[in-house]
Write a protein that binds this ligand. Sequence first.
Ligand code: SAH
Length: 257
Amino acid sequence: MRFNYPILLLDEKGKSYLIKGNTDLHTKDGVIKKEELIKEIKKGKGVGEICKIVRTHLGKKFFIISPNIIDFIKKSKLGPQKISLKDCALIASYTGISSGSKVVDAGTGSGILAMFLANIIAPEKLITYEIRKEFAQIAKKNFKKAGIKNIKIKIKDIYKGIDEKNLDLITLDLQEPWKVIKHAKNSLKFGGYIVSYSPSIEQSKKFFDSLEKEGNFYSETIECLVRNWDMKIVRPYSGMLAHTGFITFARFLGCEK
Ligand code: SAH
């Protein structure tokens, strides 16, 4: 994927700047002159292929690397609640989507999940439904900054229906996911997935029960906890992100026979 901000400046502690490289950069560790950066970028092979380094006028070192989708997601502007990377990863790994998979997502929110999935299914286009124009605007800006072209935002209430057919995956991050099940049955491929992310177990239970009642789905609900370790003292950090959401995966098994 080609990004609109093609350069990531990264220091040894993980601090980073996503830049276009067409102006001087002012950091709290000093200024990086545009000319210095361009001189280094033009040396030898391309950005991300060989080691390239630039220093601020105070001598602070930054590595010049080529950003990936996660660098853009981490720096995205956030509107409503965003989904975390661990949960995005779980959705991708449990559903097995890949380049060319057909995906509908709702609601768009800040577009974090949409960007994560669109990067995997490219060049196929991801369709994401959003009812609130102001959130669609935030998401649009995030997509533009990243230069992602394979996402289409539809200003539409997904509870009223899904236009797309033959889908591999429908992802839901909204209040009443059970209202989408009847539409999903007309839009999913046989063997495709509808996945719902909910912060509350009561929403997950209602979604799960509605799928059971429907009868054409095999479902399971998962919670993913990630614990970071302090490797200097070799034990987990005392604080952790203890709760994000529950994810229910349902595989569509509906047929005439
Ligand atoms: N997954 C998103 C966050 C979604 S927040 C991300 O990663 O950034 C939930 C969003 O769903 C909100 O923007 C809300 O406006 C939208 N929404 C709620 N109900 C909807 C509906 N029926 N159809 C489409 N979008 C809806």
